[in-house]
Ligand binder design. Structure first.
Ligand SMILES: Cc1cc2nc3c(=O)[nH]c(=O)nc-3n(C[C@H](O)[C@H](O)[C@H](O)COP(=O)(O)OP(=O)(O)OC[C@H]3O[C@@H](n4cnc5c(N)ncnc54)[C@H](O)[C@@H]3O)c2cc1C
Length: 803
């Protein structure tokens, strides 16, 4: 074993082997993989090897496509067969709602270049002869699904990596990882210590234990998972291999295994494995079978596929594999640990392993994952993702693996976990709550005396009329919205302004003012969008997206911040309330001594102001696009502020307003938001944020790339559409059509109550971005005509928020 390497990858499962291969492919040859036992000795060896392209996140779906296409490449380089069987796949729907879901999946696949075909039950039966078509409405056919041999794939990656210069040591456990003063790592193994510049934790079933070596508690949990293999079924003999198949109602997946069928299930009464510590002596072991637990799924499966009920069971496999709370991988560098990377929580190693390896290798070698991997970035979790939270969410996610997640559905596990001081007050007002990063926030308010719950649906729900009333209250009078769930940072110290000016693309505002600013990476891509509020010469508040707090902090660490500049996350310290609407000024003026007239406190002002007895920071800005104020106070004052505003608001007809109405109102103003319109695959000019990029500043990160984008025009444009929808609106990820061709995708959609239109925001290619007519958007499988809006449909001149 070498004693000094550029990268030490810990773990020789399919993920570690893929990372190793991709590092060599990207040109880093001096890389070492250290495996405790033999390659595949974690979850990998007993996997069913199924692979598929569909994923709820289109960016993850792209990486899944990449993974599947990679197998022939690694077979060719390594000479090792991956046991590739591209049988095609069938997703079978037993209900109309599931069929709607499949229609939406098919539509989404269109802009990803997937050839997915919707078929009725009778046509599906021709492809899946074992099914009883009476049990199904239809299904979706994907020609590039199938299965691989887990051992073959892992060894193909490993051999291809070795051919590329990598070293692999087996039967060597890493027992510690210690950061060195030179920024590298001492990787301590049973057989000696290796000095590595970078460490990759690809420990799979032991990723938590490997993380704990550096004080990291990764939000991953292993679940027991069972599949069975039937005896040979005579009807399969001599036939084309059966399709990979998912039966959503049975909650089972299936594929042919030699002469029989392999059948696995994500059972509702699922069981975590080793919830606290994974034993080091667990090797190529299996867990005891528990057919009772999966009996309900098998029963449905046997009804749906009667021939299977008659075939005997040849083998049962029960093995553990790991999940993150949302079921997507955890990939990327860890904040606070230099040159420490993770690639774990990969629950579908044979669909995702290639994409994970590619993204991580790009990130390490080029400084950027090269794709939009926000959905798998380890930074999407914060300290709130504790072990017990992870346990509850992983169990929920596992047991719902094949269930529909409706766009307006809020899941109940691990709630309530975090609440703001006014939570009980909002509860008493019949708030329907949503969960955002473990924090409860009001989505809308049900009338008193009714059940505060929302029917889950792809269509407009029972919330529609109430959200309409909340929007009306803001547009005609005044609404009160809790905005605690925004991310906040306080930047202070000598040099704070120079540092911020280098990190943000826009100017740092003058004292007493707000400014909006995109944050760009060196490639000029959008990695954040903030409101900056300057309190004093050397104190600035940044307000952005809470879900990206760790992501932003990790970026700030990379920016060579002078030692005198402190960046302090303070999202939960400063909780907030916003009032918005034409009567908001009169309401607030009655509570403060400061002159709030437009001349004295114009749009984008920001100042410390006492509201009644409550010391607060008040910004004259509102995401509703109306006259409005954001009021930030430390937690202990929030109840007093709330009570004061509610009391003083009575004569003005103040109404409580939730997040759903806020979203509808920002769509009426065509305002984008992080993780939807603003993501690291878009540039600021593409996203319509060019006016917030100050190219007059001498230097800021991403400036050169932004100049290029401005000169060359980028590839696409964010546009706003008015859609001829009837009882359902766009939700995001639907294809946008123009003249019969897919030209882009929707990033968000909803109903604009104040303008009486169904609205969508989305990106289209430059070629059609100036057109107004001829657009269409797929809504639940139906193509709806759409018109590009040349200006925001509500208050196009922006007069209301400025006056
Ligand atoms: C029953 C079952 C069926 C499945 N079916 C499918 C399927 O059909 N399709 C699909 O895509 N996925 C399937 N999976 C999931 C799949 O197995 C995982 O996604 C994949 O194996 C994860 O790979 P990994 O490399 O992250 O982890 P692992 O396979 O757990 O590998 C981690 C490796 O790291 C090594 N290691 C850990 N700690 C150390 C240390 N300190 N020092 C040295 N080495 C260390 C371990 O020995 C191990 O070899 C299934 C899983 C199970 C259990």
């Amino acid at each position: 074993m070498k004693t000094h390497v550029r990268v030490a990858v810990i773990g020789g499962g399919v993920v570690g082997a893929s990372v190793l291969y991709h590092l060599t492919k990207a040109g880093w040859k001096d890389v070492l993989l250290i495996e405790r036992a033999e390659l595949t000795s974690g979850s990998t060896w007993h996997a069913a090897g199924g692979m598929h392209t569909l994923n709820g996140d289109p960016n993850v779906a792209k990486l899944q496509q990449y993974t599947i296409q990679l197998y022939s490449e690694i077979e060719k380089i390594s000479g090792q067969s991956c046991g590739l069987h591209v049988t095609g796949g069938a997703m079978l729907a037993g209900t109309r709602e599931r069929m709607d879901w499949l229609k939406m999946a098919q539509a989404r696949g269109r802009y990803l270049g997937m050839e997915l075909e919707l078929l009725g039950a009778a046509e599906m039966k021709k492809l899946c002869p074992l099914m009883d078509e009476k049990c199904f409405v239809g299904g979706l056919y994907d020609p590039i699904e199938g299965h691989v041999d887990p051992f073959g794939v892992t060894h193909a990656y490993a051999k291809a990596a070795q051919i590329g210069g990598a070293e692999i040591v087996r039967q060597t456990r890493v027992i510690d990882t210690r950061q060195r003063s030179d920024g590298g790592w001492d990787v301590v193994t049973e057989k000696g210590t290796v000095h590595a510049e970078h460490v990759v934790n690809a420990g799979g079933l032991w990723a938590r234990e490997v993380g704990r070596m550096v004080g990291l508690e990764l939000p991953v949990l292993a679940m027991e998972h069972q599949y069975l293999i039937t005896e040979d079924i005579p009807e399969l003999a001599g036939q084309k291999e059966q399709l990979m198949c998912i039966d959503f109602e049975g909650e089972i997946y299936m594929r042919q295994e030699r002469g029989g069928m392999l059948l696995g299930t994500y059972e509702r009464s699922c069981v975590p494995w080793s919830p606290r510590v994974t034993p080091w002596d667990f090797g190529q072991d299996l867990l005891p079978n528990d057919l009772e637990r999966i009996a309900p799924s098998l029963e449905v499966g046997f009804q749906h596929f009667p021939r299977l009920a008659e075939a005997g069971i040849r083998k049962i496999v029960n093995g553990p594999f790991t999940f993150a709370p949302d079921g997507n991988p955890l990939v990327g560098p860890i904040r606070g640990l230099r040159n420490y990377w993770v690639a774990c929580g990969v629950m579908a190693g044979f669909s995702q392993g290639g994409g994970v390896g590619l993204a991580l290798a790009n990130w390490m070698v080029e400084g950027d994952p090269g794709a939009d991997i926000w959905g798998m970035d380890v930074a999407r979790y914060g300290e709130w993702a504790t072990r017990a939270y992870t346990n509850a969410k992983v169990r929920e996610n596992y047991s719902r693996r094949f269930r529909i997640r409706f766009p307006n559905e809020e899941l109940p596990a691990a709630r309530p976990l975090r609440t703001s001081p006014i939570y009980e007050r909002l509860q008493a007002e019949n708030a329907v709550f949503g969960d955002y990063c473990g924090l409860e926030h009001a989505l809308w308010f049900a009338p008193q005396g009714t059940e505060p719950s929302e029917q889950i649906t792809f269509h407009r729900s029972n919330a529609h009329a109430h959200v309409a009333a909340e929007c009306r209250a803001v547009r005609e009078g005044v609404g009160l919205i809790e905005i605690t769930n925004y991310g906040k940072f306080e930047v202070t110290g000598a040099g704070a302004i120079d540092w911020l000016s280098r990190v943000m693309a826009n100017r740092v505002p003058k004292v007493g003012r707000l400014s909006l600013s995109p944050m760009l990476n060196e490639r000029g891509r959008l990695i954040g969008d903030f409101t900056l509020g300057r309190v004093s010469e050397e104190r600035v508040f940044l307000i952005g997206t809470y879900a990206a707090e760790s992501y932003y902090l990790r970026w700030f660490e990379r920016t060579q911040r002078p030692s005198g500049v402190q960046v302090r996350p303070c999202a939960m310290e400063y909780v907030g309330l916003s009032i918005a609407g034409p009567k908001s000024r009169a309401l607030l003026q009655g509570l403060v001594d400061t002159d709030l007239s437009n001349e004295a406190f114009p749009f984008m002002s920001f100042r410390a102001i006492d509201v009644g007895m409550v010391p607060a920071f008040v910004g004259r800005v509102s995401f509703t696009g109306d006259l409005g104020y954001e009021i930030w106070v430390t937690g202990e004052y929030q109840r007093a502020l709330y009570d004061l505003l509610v009391q003083a608001g009575k004569p003005f007809g103040l109404r409580l307003v939730g997040g759903r109405a806020l979203n509808a109102m920002r769509l009426e103003k065509s305002f984008g938001t992080w993780a939807r319109e603003f993501r690291p695959i878009y540039g600021p000019y593409e996203a319509g944020l060019g006016r917030f990029v100050d190219l007059g500043k001498p230097e800021f990160i991403g400036r050169a790339a932004a100049i290029r984008e401005k000169e060359q025009g980028g590839e696409r444009r964010l546009i706003a559409l008015s859609v001829q929808a009837t009882d359902a609106d766009a939700i995001g990820d639907e294809p946008i059509w123009h003249s019969g061709k897919v030209v882009g995708w929707v990033t968000s959609g909803g109903y604009g109550h104040s303008v009486g239109q169904s609205l969508a925001l989305g990106y289209v290619s430059n070629a059609v971005a100036a057109e107004t007519d001829g657009f269409a958007v797929d809504i639940i499988g139906e193509r709806r005509a759409a018109t590009r809006l040349v200006a925001p449909p509500f208050d196009p001149s922006g007069a209301r928020m400025r006056s």
